[in-house]
Design a protein around this ligand. Structure first.
Ligand code: ATP
Ligand code: MG
Length: 253
């Protein structure tokens, strides 16, 4: 086990979620430690985004429990869970296009941890500096390219000073240099803010270099968990997910 030694921050216990008669999550148990970067991988439709939606209260699980820092948050409304320190980025970034970059980030902090206006302004500015967008602070978000929109989304999600940040597919659509930059950014965010990150990702090379541990979902069930290298070599993971991707990437490249 790769432990940070700081204790479990997010705990999912036998989480099951049905949509109609179909299970999107089946008895998923997962402990994410304080300060850990945990990747969640698996094929399309595996239940990754649904797991995020159960953790942050968008969906109430059909059964099972979710704990944050030892507190049962199962079924609490999303705004309560957000205030308790769970932030997230969306799979497809949708900044307020007519607002400036700075206003988008500032707005992200308004309903979070109670900060004074001045503190929030300082925090928003330092986040923009951190993600490398300070020079575009007064530009309307609608004119940004994909990498920049992702940075706005990330800074917006961090503006409320979450304890845990859930990131849904940050790397897809970015080029190799942008992926490298994003890996370094996440490393420095963890270091600077002591952030815990749960991160859904399809770019396996990024998972291998950034995640402390990886949980693999397939058809709603957790089929493997461990260090990146162990998981990538796991036969069940190769069969359910990676084999196909390796063949696909060698065919296309
Ligand atoms: N609101 C919903 N209503 C009905 N079915 C849903 C709903 N949300 C998700 N599902 C179903 O639950 C399953 C898991 O979907 P989910 O979006 O969690 O997958 P995912 O692992 O995030 O996939 P991807 O990699 O494509 O983003 C899928 O079969 C999906 O169709
Ligand atoms: Mg998804």
């Amino acid at each position: 086990m790769v432990g940070t030694g700081l204790g479990v921050l997010v705990k999912c216990v036998e989480v099951t979620k049905y949509f109609g008669g179909l299970p999107a999550l089946k008895n998923v148990t997962m402990d994410v430690e304080q300060g850990e970067i945990r990747a969640v991988i698996g094929p399309n439709g595996a239940g990754k985004t649904t797991l995020f939606n159960v953790i942050n209260g968008v969906y109430r699980p059909s059964s099972g429990k979710v704990f944050l820092d030892g507190v049962d948050i199962t079924g609490k409304p999303p705004h309560r869970i957000f205030k308790l320190g769970v932030g997230r980025t969306l799979q497809i970034p949708r900044p307020f296009k007519e607002l400036t970059v700075w206003d988008n980030v500032f707005a992200g902090g308004l309903f979070g941890e109670s900060m004074s206006r001045q503190e929030l302004m300082n925090h928003a500015t330092s986040l923009l500096e951190k993600v490398g967008l300070l020079s575009k602070a007064s530009v309307k978000a609608g004119v940004l390219n994909l990498q920049e929109r992702k940075k706005v989304e990330l800074a917006r999600a961090l503006a409320s000073k979450p304890k845990v940040l859930m990131v849904d597919e940050y790397m897809s659509g970015l080029n190799p240099a942008e992926i490298e930059e994003a890996i370094n950014l996440f490393k420095s965010l963890r270091k600077e803010y002591g952030l815990t990150i749960i991160w859904v990702e399809h770019v396996i090379s990024a998972v291998a270099s950034l995640a402390d541990r990886v949980s693999v979902l397939n058809q709603g069930a957790k089929i493997a968990e461990g260090r990146p290298q162990e998981v990538i070599e796991d036969q069940a993971v190769v069969e359910a997910y990676l084999g196909e991707r390796v063949v696909h990437s060698s065919e296309s490249g």
